[in-house]
Design a protein around this ligand. Structure first.
Ligand SMILES: CC(C)(COP(=O)(O)OP(=O)(O)OC[C@H]1O[C@@H](n2cnc3c(N)ncnc32)[C@H](O)[C@@H]1OP(=O)(O)O)[C@@H](O)C(=O)NCCC(=O)NCCS
Length: 199
């Protein structure tokens, strides 16, 4: 049975003005929900040298926030553009268009984990990707995200290693999913998604 919270959340495109709130929520999410997969030093390095999001995402209209009351409790979306993390690139590279769209920056507030919010966002992204004419999607998952994406049918492609200063290596997993028009659509979206769209 769907978690009742799915009836009380709304989903909307992220705005540039959400940037600071989002990064704070992303950090809380990583520090709690990724603590079994990464050391504190690795999480510190991730936040300082990789970053959880690049602001270009907030201009694309395909990155969403889940709102409960006044609080942003989850975020995630998709993009055709290569991630362009400001901390790594200086933020001024022109974004490169990808052949296969990517799921991007999926984070859930620790108090709202395992209630279906990331599934809501991933289904939204998959539906939009199919509607945009693609039949596949990929992502680079944190190790803490791998069981979630596996549950949604994503396959492991290769391991990924980001080398950060101080000889710290932050590992991840590139994952891929073949999408089909027949198994993506309104029926796969929880009621709350259409409820939220109406608001
Ligand atoms: C990974 C993450 C986004 C999942 O969000 P979520 O809203 O809790 O996920 P859902 O409730 O939609 O989970 C759907 C299914 O995925 C699987 N799943 C999710 N989190 C899992 C975990 N920690 N361990 C094992 N399986 C998990 C389960 O099968 C779950 O279904 P169930 O709860 O009925 O068993 C969240 O844990 C998170 O933000 N983690 C920290 C940041 C991070 O690593 N983000 C991924 C970036 S790529």
């Amino acid at each position: 049975m769907a978690d009742p919270i799915l009836k009380s959340v709304t989903i909307r495109p992220a705005r540039l003005s959400d940037s600071t709130t989002l990064r704070q929520m992303h950090e809380q999410s990583l520090r709690v929900l990724a603590a079994d997969c990464y050391t504190e030093a690795e999480i510190d390095a991730f936040l300082a040298h990789i970053g959880t999001m690049d602001d270009f995402l907030l201009h694309e209209g395909t990155y969403y926030v889940v709102v409960h009351g006044d609080a942003i409790v989850a975020s995630g979306g998709w993009s055709r553009k290569m991630p362009n993390y400001a901390v790594v690139s200086g933020g001024d590279r022109p974004p490169v268009t990808l052949g296969v769209p990517k799921i991007r920056s999926m984070f859930v507030h620790p108090m709202f984990a395992r209630r279906g919010l990331a599934t809501l966002l991933a289904r939204r992204a998959e539906t939009e990707v199919v509607a945009a004419g693609y039949d596949e999607i990929e992502l680079t998952a944190t190790l803490s995200g791998v069981p979630f994406y596996a549950a949604l049918g994503y396959q492991n492609v290769r391991l990924y290693a980001a080398h950060c200063p101080g000889d710290i290596v932050v590992r991840g997993q590139v994952m891929h999913k073949r999408l089909s028009v027949t198994d993506i659509g309104d029926d796969s979206l929880p009621d709350s998604a259409s409820h939220a769209d109406a608001l």
